[in-house]
Design a binder for this molecule. Sequence first.
Ligand code: FMN
Length: 187
Amino acid sequence: MKSFGSKPWMLPQPVLIIGTYDSEGRPNAMNAAWGGTWDMKEIVISMGSHATTDNLAVNSEFTVAFATRETMVASDFVGIVSAKNDPDKMTKTGWTAEKAPNVNAPLFTCFPMTMECRITRKIDEEKTGYCLVADVVNILCDERYLAEDGNPDVEKMQVITYDPVHHTYIELGHTVGNAFHDGAQLK
Ligand SMILES: Cc1cc2nc3c(=O)[nH]c(=O)nc-3n(C[C@H](O)[C@H](O)[C@H](O)COP(=O)(O)O)c2cc1C
């Protein structure tokens, strides 16, 4: 086994697209891979100092969409260009934004699944950023990505994950088993 020391290498990492409104109600988006589940109804995201951070200081509501193969190029773009430097950032993505139904934040319609969120806590807040904990107020899923049982079909979505080792995006594969079930054969 080769050792690599301490690295921020969680596998897999999500590709979260955070949608916020600026103080004039214009939509913005940024990419965040350092985030995940905090509790049953809460998520956690490591936030640096961005235009998104400024937007969240005024309005604590935001959306989180899961990036897909189809949205990959623009999802990376919103992770390397700041609205602080490019006022045309969102026009360049080609994404259409509607107001999310339950929070004051934009819903980008090209994503199969989006969470509507509200910040509840900011941990270790410093000038350089903080760790946000947010309630998941609601989850929206485009009907085209529902399974026969009426729930979101993750396999259909072509969701991508971030590979922190080689800085690439990897598309999720196929279902290989049933959780809380297949292990039972070894009982
Ligand atoms: C793959 C990827 C992952 C990223 N993950 C995070 C993250 O977890 N937290 C963060 O604060 N910034 C992260 N960023 C950086 C922001 O997305 C980037 O600074 C963005 O331009 C901020 O946009 P804004 O200033 O318009 O809000 C990531 C960028 C990329 C490309």
